[in-house]
Design a protein around this ligand. Structure first.
Ligand SMILES: Cc1cc2nc3c(=O)[nH]c(=O)nc-3n(C[C@H](O)[C@H](O)[C@H](O)COP(=O)(O)OP(=O)(O)OC[C@H]3O[C@@H](n4cnc5c(N)ncnc54)[C@H](O)[C@@H]3O)c2cc1C
Length: 449
């Protein structure tokens, strides 16, 4: 039986980052995923990279009329989804090759097949037993299906099948008001598809503050995206024309028809075929792998990170957890993740937030001050063609230290990192404002906070 110092299960951002870090410190490491194409995980294959490649093309298209305002005359005919698909596949191949090169350089061994636990020190992959000293589980997540909306993967699809479309629908109903649903609403609307978005709760992006969510709703309405709140799907019927949904929205039953339905109702942890119980690894009531703050499972030498545990489901969270878990393995210490995590939604306008939200401060009865600046004052945003939105910071009422930030508008997903530093380093609002921001830049919005 082959024996490794460490085995990492799952080659998404969490898994490959962990394997690289472990190998870097001289350990003999094996990284396992289902097949070679899965290197990069959900993030590369049907998540972050894929969706942002699609959104970028949509953004170019929505800018077409602005280009002529800028004197750039072009004959834009629309989106060729087949070309975009090919371009995205090539992009994924290039990134995957880069990751494989890094793994090879670091001396990480790879093995393809589904890994299952045999016991607390052994896994099995394609009938081969492999022993390990330490293990990191990074098996990620899968699409959550609704009982009344079974996926047929042709007319009722998940985010994964969007990237396989070779023809554009005339209309789409997107079920889900979270980041994935909102990003796809942005994408399909920008490429000329009629979009209806069904939101179970009362606002888009329920984890964001109400003013941020309302600003997104206004932007969506302006672009004719129809958003229905408090909407629950009761029944779905597929026929030759498309899909008919029976929906209860705002206490009324409605029948909606569209060519395609996209189910974007979140994701659940993926542990199918892993048999964690054989290793003594426990799951919580939602199916997440139970870990302590140092990412150790019930078996202290087996760690779990990324989407398969109950922390933020972002690729950058998986990277961060990989770093901390591997450092713990190497040093024998039990450090935890004390970093501020930015949340990003690549809608148009883009949204990003970090730290304390205004609504959380209110719920805690915490004395805060909210400072807000609108993009209307920002010259670069005007040059770039969109001065909508705002940035706000949540400041401690006593010390003036920045506790949280939310931004909706141009480059929000870039500017947020300045806020992450400010919060982590306990900078006050005045100190941040006084830092010199180059002119003209979108980041200058901070001067007005
Ligand atoms: C449409 C969409 C858009 C997204 N956009 C963003 C974004 O913009 N920014 C962001 O930060 N996050 C985004 N995410 C979330 C991000 O993709 C995940 O948070 C991230 O991929 C989690 O990384 P991970 O390493 O935990 O797991 P994954 O990336 O899911 O990788 C897990 C891997 O484990 C493998 N595996 C599972 N079980 C086994 C087994 N038993 N044996 C062998 N291998 C196994 C799987 O094949 C898979 O490759 C998006 C997700 C989706 C779906």
């Amino acid at each position: 039986m082959k024996q490794y110092d460490a085995v990492v299960i799952g080659a998404g951002p969490g898994g490959y980052e962990a394997a690289l870090e472990l190998a870097d410190s001289g350990l003999k490491v094996l990284l396992v995923d289902r097949n070679k194409e899965r290197i990069g995980g959900t993030c590369l294959n049907e998540g972050c990279i894929t969706s942002k490649s699609y959104l970028q093309s949509a953004q170019y298209l929505s800018k077409a009329s602005f280009f002529s305002d800028c004197g750039v005359m072009m004959d834009v005919k629309g989106l060729d989804i087949k070309r975009l698909r090919e371009k995205t596949i090539a992009l994924k191949d290039e990134i995957r090759s880069g990751v494989l090169w890094l793994l090879e350089q670091a001396g990480v061994e790879t093995l393809y097949g589904l890994a299952s636990f045999v016991d607390a020190n052994t896994i099995e992959v394609s009938n081969e037993k492999i022993g390990f000293g330490k293990c990191i589980i990074a098996t990620g997540s899968q699409v959550r299906e609704l009982p009344h909306l079974p996926l047929d993967k042709t007319k009722i699809i998940s985010s994964k099948e969007v990237f396989e479309l070779e023809e554009l629908p005339a209309s789409i109903i997107i079920v889900g008001g979270g980041p994935i649903g909102c990003e796809f609403a942005t994408f399909f609307n920008a490429i000329g598809v009629e979009v209806t978005q069904l939101v179970r709760g009362e606002q888009l992006l329920s984890s964001e503050d109400e003013d941020v969510s309302k600003a997104l709703l206004r932007a969506f309405k302006k672009r004719n995206i129809k958003v229905m709140t408090s909407a629950i799907v009761q029944k779905a019927e597929v026929d030759e024309k498309g899909v008919r949904l029976l929906v209860e929205a705002e206490m009324q039953e409605q029948s909606l028809q569209s060519d395609l339905v996209l189910c974007a109702t979140g994701r659940t942890p993926y542990v199918e075929g892993l048999f964690p119980e054989k290793a003594g690894v426990e799951l919580d009531e939602k199916g997440f792998i139970k870990v302590n703050a140092a990412f150790q499972t019930a078996q202290k030498h087996i760690y779990a990170i990324g989407d398969c545990i109950d922390t933020y489901a972002f690729a950058h969270t998986a990277y961060a957890e990989a770093k901390i878990a591997t450092r713990n393995i190497i040093s024998g210490k039990a450090s935890t993740n004390t970093h501020i995590t930015p949340s990003t939604t690549f809608t148009d306008p883009a949204i990003a937030s970090c730290g304390l939200k205004e609504k959380e401060a209110a719920a805690q009865g915490r004395a805060i001050e909210v400072k807000k600046a609108v993009y209307k004052v920002n010259a670069k945003a005007k040059i770039l063609g969109d001065d909508s939105g705002f940035a706000k910071i949540i400041v401690c009422g006593d010390s003036g230290v920045i506790l949280g930030a939310s931004i909706i508008g141009m480059d929000a997903t870039e500017i947020i990192h300045e806020m992450v530093i400010a919060i982590e380093k306990k900078i006050t609002a005045n100190e941040l404002k006084e830092m010199i921001h180059a002119h003209p830049t979108v980041s200058e919005i901070i001067r007005y906070l």
